[in-house]
Design a protein around this ligand. Structure first.
Ligand code: BG6
Length: 502
């Protein structure tokens, strides 16, 4: 997240993609590189190296990536820019089960670097299934490719980072034996979203929010990430993962930590990431019994989302018969620190729901009623500050106002800020800032080992409790609704309710 006034060109480097023939590279990484090229934000001396199976020629790799760009580009493709980008694509073979191939890869990269004068800086982007992260990193380390001797070496790792606390810890420990923390860029694509980055600006660049941003004024916080799509063709991955693992310790906790962290002393990676890790580690760790009481999990049945008929989850290809994997999760959490003690945080996320909606709704405490006791007003409407990413990017404030007329009649109104009304932004993949930051060596938007582990630690009791409960407590919900009824009960028992959409 470089300051706009000092936006700089990254150092010369090689951008080496493992999994270059896969979906992620075609759909997001290459279109994002293209957008950076179009904005003149790629290094002057640069090359893209696609790690490929045996015998794949550079021209074949480059054609395949070009097809990906044409299909997934977020803006019209300028042929001259694309040509310059794809001219530099080289296919190189490497297979972690064949260590010698990594020695050959290193030699090939050295020759390429000499020809392109990239100075030996290398960014290794692991756009691979998570099982490959460690075997690839081990080979890169063995061949000395991760050693920073006068040139930088960086490793970009996609999600999921572990599948529970133990596996995330093991992966961190193993990786940190091979590379230093400052070389690892753990991606969470939510941090590439403008609205998400804006949370810190909203809180800390305005004097008016921070004084009321605490337990004295905030009643509770709701974080909602609802999706309309079902699981589709991702049955095998999703059935082993579920809504909680897929979304909560990563995406929802990014939102949670930005909303709840203390002000960092400086706007730099160390200070910001330290505060985020600190607040995540203050989430109260629940017992399994508490976790069951404070959560709801659901699985969708057949239904309609808009005009689309969605088949029940259990009929998704590659989903195990009788699977109890949740496609919906709602949790109640608390944060044990001075600022947030006693403030509940309600989180929910699910697939095949009525609307696509990503929002953080901060509900402020009610004003005392006394002053309006003798008026027709029996209930003041709720004061919410809503930060939303989907369906529109913006911020909304709900407050009470007097309805014009001779009596005091009060109604709730909304003040809405929408990004698109103020700023014109080129459509993007959301990966541009993240990739650019990797190249300039700014890891402010990437997850550090401690916050990844703190996230898993907070969700682990829910994972354990649900596993031990098997199918007991799994709530069916109809595709196209707002989620299982029991998710409403999670709030009504506290005298609260989920914010209505719209
Ligand atoms: C991914 C999950 O990380 O995030 C998907 O694996 C989910 O299951 C996606 O659909 C949601 O991202 P977004 O940006 O559409 O909210």
């Amino acid at each position: 997240m470089a300051n706009a006034h000092v936006q700089m060109k990254p150092d010369p480097c090689s951008f080496i993609i493992f999994g270059a023939t896969g979906d992620l590279a075609h759909r997001l990484v290459i279109p994002a590189l293209y957008n950076l090229a179009a904005a003149n934000l790629l290094p002057e001396r640069f090359c893209v190296v696609g790690i490929a199976r045996k015998g794949m020629a550079s021209a074949e790799m480059s054609d395949s990536l070009m097809r990906g760009l044409r299909k997934f580009a977020t803006r019209p493709v300028d042929e001259a820019v694309a040509k310059r980008l794809f001219e530099c694509v080289t296919a190189v073979e490497a297979d972690p089960s064949d260590p010698a191939s990594f020695d050959a890869m290193n030699e090939r990269l050295e020759r390429l670097e000499a020809a392109r004068n990239t100075g030996g800086n290398r960014l290794f982007y692991l756009a691979t299934p998570p099982g490959a992260f460690l075997p690839i990193s081990k080979q890169l380390a063995r061949t000395g490719m991760l050693a920073e001797n006068g040139a930088w070496r960086r490793l970009v790792v996609e999600k999921p980072f572990g599948t529970d606390l133990a596996s995330a810890k093991a992966l961190n420990t193993a990786l940190l034996k091979l590379v230093d923390e400052h070389q690892i860029y753990r991606i969470d694509h939510y941090l590439g979203k403008e609205t998400v980055q804006n949370i810190l600006v909203l809180r800390f660049a305005n004097g008016m929010f921070e004084p009321i941003w605490n337990r004295n004024h905030i009643d509770h916080v709701q974080i909602t990430v609802d999706e309309k799509l079902g699981v589709g063709h991702r049955g095998s991955f999703y059935d082993a993962t579920g809504a909680l693992r897929d979304m909560v310790p990563n995406h929802l906790f990014q939102l949670l930590s930005l909303v709840t962290m203390e002000p960092p002393a400086r706007f730099d990676a160390h200070a910001v990431r330290t505060e985020k890790a600190e607040v995540l580690s203050a989430i109260q760790i629940q017992s399994e019994q508490e976790a069951l009481y404070n959560s709801v999990r659901g699985q969708y049945c057949r239904g309609r989302v808009g005009d689309t008929e969605i088949e029940e989850y259990l009929k998704t290809p590659d989903v195990r018969p009788g699977s109890t994997t949740e496609t919906y999760a709602a949790l109640k959490l608390t944060i044990d620190n001075w600022r947030w003690a006693g403030v509940p945080f309600y989180l929910r996320t699910g697939k095949a729901l009525a609307v696509k909606r990503t929002e953080i709704a901060i509900k402020f405490k009610q004003a005392p009623f006394a002053m309006f006791r003798d008026t027709p007003v029996d209930r003041l409407s709720q004061n919410y500050l809503v930060i939303s990413t989907e369906p529109t990017e913006g911020i909304e404030l709900q407050f009470n106002t007097k309805v014009p007329g001779p009596t005091i009649n009060i109604d709730g109104v909304e003040m809405k800020f929408r990004y698109k009304d103020y700023f014109k932004a080129e459509p993007s993949t959301g990966y541009e800032t993240l990739i650019y930051d990797c190249m300039i060596g700014d890891n402010i938007l990437f997850q550090r080992a401690d916050s990844v582990e703190a996230g898993w630690q907070a969700v682990q009791p829910f994972l354990d409790a649900w596993k031990n409960a098997g199918g007991r407590g799994l709530q069916p919900y109809k595709a196209g609704c707002e989620g299982p009824e029991a998710a409403n009960a999670l709030l009504t028992r506290d005298g609260r309710s989920w914010r209505k959409f719209g």
